[in-house]
Design a protein around this ligand. Structure first.
Ligand code: ADP
Ligand code: MG
Length: 322
């Protein structure tokens, strides 16, 4: 018996995520009604995943469900905002029950973890495409890309390049490394962790932030440009995981770190006078991050590896410049 649109919504999407008291009306009516906490500002983001563009055809549906929410959580993390409510627009070639169960489990697990409630959406047939809109809130303070100034130090959280290398492994383009390292990198692509906690803690400390979705240099340059700055970045300081070094070796690992996307780490700027506040309130041993460069007035982007100059072969991903 083929499953219809309404049964599908009821079975797989009506009760996803945490039950929040601020959801006056959720899935089931023409629109959701949500109660804003007093004194907060609404924060909204949306991101789409298209099969073959954002993930390989035939990807694990659990991973697709996870990533569809994770990429949006990462956008809110980069604003220092708290996520609350999600809308899910799903275009499916066919209502495959196994696929739907796994997809909704992947979405649900991450929604629960982040206190997000799924409050509505849309379901249509067509080529596999998933759009999530994520709503949340912030106080009067938030992190924008444009708040940094010349002299601010540039940082990146976690490790970079892992997800791009993991995708290369999934697509049989990267063959080295131990089975453990290979699995770890693939997991970083399939199940990225958005840095929501870190983003919130950087409020009042960082002057600007962006999440690393297109590639570290591409995204660091976006932050710098939005702030009217240039930057000097030491690519030998980019944090590389042991797994990436194991699978790719030092030179290729650096290329993945410089230009690889999908890590969903945070790149952020901190003024000199707030460096000690950063170290005190957000110690790197608890929320790992590393200083990778400094913003300047030049408007230019200069890369070096320690004492030698460095020219990135690629900087990141652009849908229309591939
Ligand atoms: P309408 O025709 O009024 O847009 P729909 O039939 O599209 O209503 O949706 C019915 C209800 O189910 C609405 O509350 C909508 O928000 C919700 N909904 C539809 N698809 C999804 C989905 N994939 N995930 C969550 N909620 C959904
Ligand atoms: Mg609809």
């Amino acid at each position: 018996m083929p499953i219809g649109e309404f049964e599908l919504i009821e079975k797989y999407f009506s009760r996803l995520g945490t039950r929040r008291a601020d959801v006056v009306l959720g899935v089931g009516d023409d629109a959701a009604i949500l109660a804003m906490p007093a004194g907060k500002q609404l924060v909204a983001a949306t991101d789409t995943l298209v099969e073959r563009i954002h993930f390989p055809a035939g990807s694990s549906p659990r991973s697709i469900g996870h990533r569809a929410l994770a990429v949006n959580l990462s956008d809110l993390a980069a604003m220092g905002a708290q996520p609350a409510w999600a809308l899910l627009a799903l275009t499916l070639p066919a209502p495959d029950p196994d696929w739907l169960r796994e997809f909704s489990a992947g979405f649900d697990a991450l929604a629960q973890l982040n206190g997000v409630s799924l409050v509505g959406g849309d379901t249509t047939s067509g080529p596999l495409t998933i759009t999530v809109a994520l709503l949340g809130f912030c106080d009067s303070a938030y992190l924008a890309r444009s708040g940094a100034a010349p002299g601010d130090h540039l940082f990146v959280s976690g490790t970079v390049g892992d997800a791009a290398a993991g995708l290369a492994i999934l697509e049989s383009r990267l063959s080295g490394g131990s089975p453990e390292s290979r699995t770890l990198l693939q997991q970083r692509f399939l199940f990225p962790e958005a840095r929501v906690d870190l983003g919130g803690r950087l409020i009042g400390i960082a002057s600007a932030a962006i999440d690393v979705s297109d590639g570290l240099t591409a995204d660091a340059e976006k932050l710098a440009r939005a702030s009217g700055c240039g930057a000097r970045i030491d690519v030998s300081e980019l944090p590389l995981s042991a797994a990436l070094l194991d699978c790719a070796g030092p030179d290729l690992a650096r290329e993945f770190a410089v230009a690889g996307g999908d890590d969903y780490e945070l790149c952020f700027a901190v003024p000199e006078q707030r460096l000690s506040l950063l170290a005190d309130r957000v110690p790197a041993r608890r929320w790992p991050y590393r200083r990778i460069g400094v913003l300047n007035e030049s408007g230019q982007f200069e890369y070096h590896a320690g004492a030698t100059s460095y020219t990135p072969a690629r900087k990141g991903f652009d849908h229309f410049l591939r």
